[in-house]
Design a protein around this ligand. Structure first.
Ligand SMILES: Cc1ncc(COP(=O)(O)O)c(C=O)c1O
Length: 449
């Protein structure tokens, strides 16, 4: 546990008891199975309506959700599911957490938006809480994860010019292959994924890629361009790439190389942060303190788009008024939601629950790997887990079929990168829910034995 979290944890708090989880979550539906049933009429109508007028930039699993509470969601026709995606780890605190929704509606009906042309009376309160919790001097608020990443790149470049003395226009940010930090022009310019990148050039310069979890490659690149490198920008566990967990020596090694070459270590914890891996931050698993931290998603518990970059004065204060910002960043609703989302996560013991339930899920996934023909391997940390499917029978599509079979058994998950099923339920999940989902998964995998 990191130093700042220990200080917080010393405060009196109400741990998340199993009874509280049960009371907060909806009651499990007995013997849930929708196998072979088509989408219900309301769901089918919603899909057809969207198909006519919506863009086709996503390919959702065929399920239409209309309600959520805790780790459960319901579709438009009233079918109930365990959510094992949590909106890509945005809903760590569970759907519609009562403290977060209360903060949202109270602030929305008091003062929602002022822009940063004026101060508001809650930004300082949220910044104070978050900087103390994560252990940094300052916080810069934005809205989405990708804006957080863009902000970190700008702060790193500006620091490189103002403090490191890199020649104007020469700064480089090093990222890893298979990174994912969104789909803006800068994000796709630094992506190695042809789906994200292809056909959207020209690309922004100033990014270099090295293989992930390869200290030798990073060291060699830094020997070459360390003098003009502003930052090494990494996910501590690569989420979209398929929950790729680096060796324990990797992140401390990256930090040491950054220190050696006088560049910043930026951790993109948009997906891994805020309790997801069983620690407050994924970097806490190996005791590394990044120079800059990018947070998003669960910073609001899924109630509102809230992201932030945290760092110390030396980096943050190089950007002056007018040089960066966002109309909505740091708005009063975001601040109150952000405060509620962080405080309930800490006060209700969700991080410890993520660790315990993550271990329980891991044990059940390992049993699937031992028992089921197409379950190849499992990996992850806390409640960010992946099951790798042997898709030789149907390359690139078998994991999707498993997810459809899972849906029919009342559990929602989605493949990433073809044959990898990411499993990331809300951190309020209880043992009975883990067992229910694991039984459904085993049953779904059995179809392919
Ligand atoms: C590690 C990481 N960074 C950034 C982002 C982008 O976040 P957003 O979709 O909120 O822009 C994501 C989204 O999945 C992510 O996983």
């Amino acid at each position: 546990m990191c130093r700042t979290l220990r200080a917080f944890a010393a405060k009196p708090r109400s741990p998340l008891s199993r009874a509280a989880v049960r009371a907060y979550s909806a009651k499990p539906a007995a013997n849930k199975s929708y196998e072979g049933e088509p989408l219900g009429p309301k769901s089918a109508a919603a899909v057809a309506r969207e198909a006519k007028v919506g863009a086709e930039n996503y390919a959702p699993l065929p399920v239409v959700l209309s309600k959520g509470l805790g780790c459960r969601v319901w579709d438009a026709d009233g079918r109930e599911y365990l959510d094992f995606l949590s909106a890509y780890s945005a809903v760590n605190q569970g759907h519609c957490h009562p403290k977060i929704t209360a903060a949202l509606s109270a602030q929305a009906s008091t003062l929602a938006l002022t822009s940063r042309a004026f101060h508001n009376d809650v930004l300082g309160e949220w910044c104070e809480y978050a900087t103390k919790l994560f252990g940094y001097d300052r916080l810069l608020p934005m809205n989405t994860g990708v804006e957080g990443g863009e902000t970190a790149v700008k702060l790193a470049r500006r620091w490189a010019y103002d403090k490191k003395g890199v020649a104007p226009g020469d700064a480089v940010v090093i990222m890893a292959t298979d990174n994912f930090w969104g789909r803006s022009i800068a994000a796709l310019s630094s992506s190695s994924d042809p789906t994200c990148r292809g056909g959207f050039g020209p690309y922004a310069p100033g990014f270099e890629l090295v293989p992930y979890d390869d200290l030798g490659a990073l060291s060699a690149l830094l020997d070459d361009i360390g003098h003009r490198t502003a930052a090494v920008f990494l996910e501590p566990i690569q989420g979209e790439a398929g929950v790729v967990v680096p060796g324990d020596a990797y992140l401390p090694g990256v930090k040491a190389l950054c220190e050696k070459h006088g560049c910043l270590f930026v951790a993109d914890e948009v997906q891994t942060g805020i309790g997801r891996t069983g620690e407050l931050l994924a970097v806490d698993r190996v005791g590394v303190r990044p120079d800059m931290l990018v947070l998003g998603k669960a910073l609001s518990g899924g109630a509102y788009p809230v992201s932030a970059v945290l760092c110390d004065d030396d980096v943050m204060l190089n950007v002056r008024p007018g040089e960066h910002g966002s109309t909505y960043g740091g708005n009063p609703v975001a601040c109150k939601v952000g405060l509620a989302a962080l405080s309930c996560l800490i006060d209700e013991g969700m991080i410890a629950n993520a660790k315990a339930m993550g271990d329980a899920l891991d044990a059940r996934l390992k049993a699937c790997v031992a028992d089921r023909r197409i379950a190849l391997a499992t990996r992850g940390a806390g409640l960010l887990r992946a099951l790798i499917i042997d898709d030789a029978d149907k390359p690139g599509a078998l994991a999707y079929d498993v997810c459809l079979a899972l849906r029919d058994r009342g559990v929602l998950a989605k493949p990433t990168h073809g044959n990898i099923i990411r499993l990331a339920p809300p951190l309020v999940i209880a043992q009975a829910d883990i067992d229910e989902a694991a039984d459904a998964l085993d049953d779904a995998l059995k179809l392919f034995d």
